[in-house]
Design a protein around this ligand. Sequence first.
Ligand code: ZN
Length: 328
Amino acid sequence: MQYIDMHCDTLAKALAERSATAERLDGTMADIARLRKAGAKAQFFAVFLPQRRMPEWFGLEEMPEPEALFDSMYEIYRNTLRACGGTLAPAGSWEELSRNAREGKLSAVLTMENGAPVRGELSRIKAYYDLGVRLITLTWNDANCFGYPHSAVPEEMGRGLTEFGREAVAYMEELGMLVDVSHLSDGGFWDVAACARRAAKPFVASHSNCRALAPATRNLTDRMIRELAECGGVAGLNFAPAFLNGDPCDPQSRIARMCDHVEHMVQAGGIACAGIGTDFDGIEGEFEIADCTGMPRLFDALHMRGFSWDAVEQIAHGNVERVLREAL
Ligand SMILES: [Zn+2]
């Protein structure tokens, strides 16, 4: 079964391991060699850019500015494309994704997790677009020029996009860049949805689950899932235990629980809004699917749950392909 994964932090892991490429990595949940084996049609590669001090995550002593951190991971991304030229190619558009698939190549979609380096300038969004970035996760877990992150504090959760954030979302939609609401506040979600409705463009929650099943503020409420679906968007199933389980201290990432979330997502928003966003290499726990080569187990389990193979195909890649066709 082919699939498209909307989120992994493998570039950050490659940086931490001081590897020049992501072709083959030890101790990670994904690399190009294993993604090929797993049947991936496209992998979104996030350049993870936290604003807070966490240099150890990247195997660094000091925390660089987000621009410098972007450059380090971008170099690994470019090196990987060069090293794997015969089997991997960037996909900046629906056409490129289709061509890569025809040529039997895995597509790489470059994304940015945290728009902080945009620093409130539309021209900097264009500069990142020109480097190949096709999705921006507007915030990580700290406020930035786009808006405010998810929070357990209701007033903070209610804060939406900044004025620049609203302008930037409209600009991204015009440019052909996906707007990602994972990590964003609920207020921000509704602001993005209002922009998406005005522009008639889909947006995504690249790696977020259902809040009805796991109370994490990173997850989507049923109302949000319905709205995302009505805008033609997709939410990617996240494998993190904290976003799967009702008990936030349960360390298990189980396939049955993943199926529960997909089922609920489909009940709340319809089959067209369900996708995959594993968060491989960005999450910790005890995993039934410990790396990307285990992905077929999820698709088999979804089929066993009663999803037809057509429906599983839609969840695995069809829905995200539709969004890419409409947004890029
Ligand atoms: Zn994330």
